[in-house]
Design a protein around this ligand. Structure first.
Ligand code: 4NP
Length: 152
């Protein structure tokens, strides 16, 4: 199985979700699920070079003892729809952008992360709110809900 987390810039929320999910899977010793993250826009990609994870995202991951590797923002493409089993974004804007990029969702693979805890809420963009702790809490609960659903 392959999961793609998606957000606007791919430097705050979606890489946070990627590493939180990878940590949950590692703790459960689940090895056959691949996790990745990408952007719906090239706002954090300059001259073709993706920016690294936001320093505030790295700090919140450190604070919560979530390991991570070097990350560079990259843009999602239409082909990703066939490559992944789940394409999971953070807010309504991402959802509309993602759906536009993939050209629809005939196989029902596209969700907002908090769907997995039965909520239709957005995970607000900490790039604007400055609240990386709140984003972390919501992402961690969403990923736990996703793990539960996958294990079923
Ligand atoms: P993200 O946050 O979508 O959670 O990665 C953002 C990061 C960068 C920008 C916007 C949102 N930006 O405009 O560069």
């Amino acid at each position: 199985m392959k999961i793609l987390f998606v957000c606007h810039g791919n430097i705050c929320r979606s890489p946070m979700a990627e590493f939180v999910m990878k940590n949950l899977l590692a703790k459960e010793n689940i090895k056959d699920i691949e996790v990745d993250s990408k952007a719906t826009t090239s706002d954090a990609i300059h001259n073709g070079i993706g920016m690294p994870m936001d320093i505030r995202t790295r700090r919140v991951l450190d604070k919560n003892h979530i390991p991570y590797t070097v990350h560079q923002a990259s843009l999602m493409t239409k082909d990703d729809y066939q490559k992944y089993d789940y394409l999971i974004c953070m807010d309504e804007e991402n959802f509309m952008d993602m759906n536009r990029i993939t050209g629809g969702d005939p196989e029902r693979k596209e969700y907002k992360l908090l769907y997995f805890i039965d909520k239709s809420d957005d995970i607000d963009d900490p790039w604007y709110t400055g609240d990386f702790d709140e984003a972390y809490c919501e992402i961690a609960t969403g990923c736990e809900g996703l793990l539960k659903k996958i294990k079923k």
